[in-house]
Design a protein around this ligand. Structure first.
Ligand code: SF4
Length: 433
């Protein structure tokens, strides 16, 4: 086994400080923040977590439910609406404008058209969506019908994100995906007919059974669809995936390609899309240059914006405090039905932690604006983290230009592997989740 093997463990860095540092005893900090005077000019985002799926993918590390019936789903959706109402009553929410909403999961497109209509109508009663500039909705292709896509357009979805992952049916099946490629093509055509302002597709490099030839074929098929943006992840194996558990229990070697191979595959895909006029929007995303493509959700998140996560185990960031909801669906619903915000753990960030969080998240875009950090935190981040930056510079992973730090292509391919070097020393070796 080499250090390049894809072993069980977390690789992706999505937040800071590590989730293991968020604690139940800090929940009062979150409640205190929600009781502050409203910052009326600051935009607000909502994340809505829909934890249901048709089938569990073998690489999935989320807690998802594949056995809930319509009435259980409706009880959950009522809890989401009620949670939104509880937030709308807090002092800090008064007069706040909703700038974006993001439906993630799980599989948001698993819920029916009637349930969707009711959910959005219920949410709108307490926090108006009228001015939202971006509403993203994640879909599993096999759950879509043309009428459901029309419903999504009617409720205000501006950005449809299709979890295609791969075009090869044998790979989709081997990895436990619920859909096959025929459903992808059908769903994509309907989505274009319904005419969403932005359609994103997701791919994963390094699924079980992946080969050079199959990956190249998938990239070619993805290009043929001409999506507005494409997001490509490198397969990782957090502890609780089916693949990881099989490896641990049965003592199997990793069935996933090693990291250099996955990086080479992502590099190939980026190169192919760039040759066709796409621009690099982040370490994972390319966007068409044929029309304006914005990413308000990630921009807000990576610049320290406020976002409330509704739903079981959802994450929020509000006024410099992280918090997360209860992670068992019955506990979550029970708390809400008793008129209580379902908060499970929290952490108030220090000024230094806010700086590190924004810095590592913005490094994922490939460019740091030094003036932005000087203005917001009064710090030259290169000087503040000189040993780390100089080392990454020497390895050709990034370079300093006059007013910015630019991450190289190789740096973007490895970005999640080096971000932890910017963590505070005492948090470098703690569990991440
Ligand atoms: S569709 Fe997504 S959330 Fe659902 S099981 Fe598969 S990876 Fe997990």
């Amino acid at each position: 086994m080499s250090e390049n093997t894809t072993e069980v463990g977390n690789y992706f860095v999505s937040n800071y400080p590590p989730f293991s540092q968020w604690k139940p005893e800090f929940v009062p900090d979150a409640l205190e923040e929600l009781n502050q005077a409203p910052r009326a000019g600051d935009p607000l985002g909502l994340y809505l977590h829909i934890p249901f799926c048709r089938k569990r993918c073998k690489f999935c590390y989320f807690k998802v439910y594949t056995d809930k019936n319509a009435s259980e789903i409706e009880r959950y959706l009522s809890a989401l609406t009620k949670e939104n109402e509880l937030y709308s009553r807090t002092r800090a929410f008064q007069g706040r404008r909703l700038r974006f909403a993001y439906f993630g999961g799980g599989t948001p497109s698993y819920i029916s058209e009637r349930q969707l209509d009711q959910l959005v109508e219920g949410l709108n009663r307490h926090v108006s969506w009228e001015d939202a500039e971006e509403v993203t909705f994640e879909c599993e292709p096999g759950t879509l019908k043309k009428s459901k896509l029309e419903t999504l357009k009617a409720i205000g979805v501006t950005r449809l994100s299709l979890g295609i992952e791969h075009f090869d049916d044998a790979i989709l099946e081997a990895n436990g995906r619920a859909h096959l490629s025929a459903e992808v093509y059908r769903a994509y055509e309907w989505a274009r007919e319904v005419d969403f302002p932005q359609i994103n597709i997701d791919l994963i490099a390094g699924m079980m059974g992946e080969s050079e030839e199959r990956w190249r074929d998938t990239v070619r098929k993805a290009i043929e669809l001409e999506p507005d943006s494409i997001t490509i992840y490198q397969m990782e194996l957090p502890y609780n995936t089916v693949i990881s558990q099989d490896m641990i229990k049965l003592g199997l070697t990793s069935p996933i390609a090693d990291w250099p191979t996955k990086r080479r595959w992502v590099d190939y895909a980026f190169e192919q899309f760039q040759e066709r006029g796409y621009r690099v929007a982040s370490a994972y995303t390319l966007a068409t240059t044929r029309k304006p493509c914005r990413f308000i959700y990630t921009d807000a998140l990576w610049h320290g914006g406020d976002m409330i996560g509704l739903g079981v185990s959802s994450f929020s960031h509000f006024g410099g405090v992280h918090f997360q909801n209860a992670h068992d669906v019955e506990d979550y619903i029970g708390l809400i039905e008793n008129d209580r915000l379902p908060l499970f753990r929290a952490l108030r960030l220090t000024a230094k932690q806010r700086l590190i969080r924004e810095m590592i998240l913005q490094l994922k875009t490939g460019r740091l604006d030094l003036e932005y950090f000087r203005g917001k935190f009064g710090i030259d981040v290169w000087e503040e983290f000189k040993p780390e930056y100089e080392r990454l510079d020497a390895e050709e992973l990034l370079h300093r230009h006059n007013g910015s730090i630019e991450v190289t292509r190789e740096g973007l391919l490895r970005v999640d592997g080096f971000l932890s070097e910017f963590f505070e020393p005492e948090l470098r070796s703690v569990r991440y989740v």
